[in-house]
Write a protein that binds this ligand. Structure first.
Ligand code: CAA
Length: 380
């Protein structure tokens, strides 16, 4: 398979790399420590077009392909995975879902603002008792006159308090199980919509994760996305693409940690020589590089499948499964290469190790990816 990048791809990758080094690196340790959202940086990312990369220019987006998106995701994630999760959710879950399935009026009203970064979006599927088991939605949306009455709680919502628009999945008819689920656009400030406290997290601490409560929120009927009962498929289709973005995030975290470990090994001396001259370290770096390259191939394959109009459920799940394991393995090894320095904040690798873990959990745990993969290879 030929993954040769075009000049435009290289330009986008380099622009993301420069942005990450110049704008995200300064203060990344402090933001992690204080759990501080990178507000100014996200605003700039919107101005540079990183928040609506794949949206058609007609709706204010960059009109780019998925390959460009994963290249940018990798570069941003090498430095700041808290910023890249905001980028990932806005691009893949919110903008993509709306462009693909919302009606023209909804696109004009919401997508145009989300694609330019003027507004931020959130994707609300998980619940206290419905994380992996997404069909078991407890949040209800009961049809009344010209609106739906929304009640329930959503958990672990990325961009929970910073978002302006929320795509909320809810049960409209319990009897119909997954066919009785719908997706709605909910605006911040709607009466009865409350944002819960911020979660205290292990990693991606700069990102803003909250639970959300809906108490008799009146959601206008025109805010339902697609036909009645389309919500579960909407969520699954959207998450399939989202997994490519998270795979690219995991790849970036791994590559960032590897690059730091490689450079450290060239300057740190032990037993009279730079540690890269010890096979114990050189072999670790060889393993890290190999698994990163393998992840990159899987991520690019999934991105190309999406760009070529092929089914990407399988390739996206494989990319996420493998890249997230790589992120975990490589970051642990990067800390080991750094020895005692790896355990302190200023060397960055301990943060990357903490950030890596979430890539095995959100947008479907590794076990969920194995369900998707095994069903695909056994049933197709
Ligand atoms: N595309 C289109 N349709 C799909 C689909 C897909 N990728 N996957 C499933 N469906 C359809 C099926 O065809 C089926 O429809 P029909 O009845 O018409 O045939 C329907 O959906 C139900 O499918 P399943 O029977 O396969 O459903 P299931 O209950 O067995 O669940 C699952 C499948 C893969 C386990 C799914 O529940 C799942 O993906 N769970 C994980 C949820 C998840 O990723 N949560 C993450 C939260 S979001 C997040 O993390 C965002 C963030 O903030 C970072």
């Amino acid at each position: 398979m030929d993954f040769k990048l075009t000049e435009e791809h290289i330009m986008i990758r380099d622009a993301a790399r420069d942005f990450a080094k110049n704008e995200l690196l300064p203060g990344v340790i402090e933001r992690d420590e204080k759990q501080e959202f990178p507000k100014e940086q996200i605003k700039k990312m919107g101005e540079l077009g990183f928040l609506g990369m794949m949206v058609s220019p007609e709706y204010g987006g960059g009109g780019m392909d998925t390959v460009s998106y994963v290249l940018a995701m990798e570069e941003i994630s090498k430095i700041d995975a808290s910023a890249s999760v905001v980028m990932s959710v806005n691009n893949s879950l919110v903008c993509w879902g709306l462009e693909k399935f919302a009606n023209e009026e909804q696109k004009q009203k919401y997508l145009t603002k989300l694609a330019t970064g003027e507004s931020i979006g959130a994707f609300c599927l998980s619940e206290p008792e419905a994380g992996s088991d997404a069909t078991s939605q407890r949040t209800t949306a009961i049809e009344k006159d010209d609106h739906y009455l929304l009640n329930g709680t959503k958990n672990w919502i990325t961009n929970g308090s910073t978002a302006d628009f929320y795509l909320v999945i809810a049960q409209t008819d319990k009897e119909k199980k997954h066919k009785g689920i719908n997706a709605f656009i909910v605006e911040k400030g709607m009466e009865g919509f409350e944002i819960g406290p911020k979660e205290q997290k292990l990693g991606i601490r700069g990102s803003d994760t909250h639970s959300l409560n809906f108490n008799d929120v009146k959601v206008p009927k025109e805010n339902r996305i697609g036909e009645d009962g389309f919500g579960f498929k909407f969520a699954m289709k959207t998450l399939s693409g989202g997994r490519i973005g998270i795979a690219a995030q995991a790849l970036g975290i791994a590559a960032g940690a590897y690059e730091l470990a490689r450079e450290y090994s060239k300057v740190r001396k032990a037993f009279g020589t730079e540690i890269m001259n010890h096979q114990a370290i050189a072999f670790k770096l060889a393993d890290m590089h190999t698994s990163i390259e393998a992840s990159r191939h899987l991520v690019m394959k999934a991105a190309c499948d999406k760009d070529n109009g092929e089914n990407y459920d399988l390739s996206g799940a494989m990319a996420k499964l493998f890249a997230s394991k790589t992120a975990m393995d490589v970051t642990v090894e990067a800390v080991q290469v750094h020895g005692g320095n790896g355990y302190v904040k200023e060397y960055h690798v301990e943060r990357l190790m903490r950030d890596a873990k979430i890539t095995q959990i959100y947008e479907g745990t590794s076990e969920i990816q194995k369900i998707v993969i095994s069903r695909s290879i056994l049933r197709d």
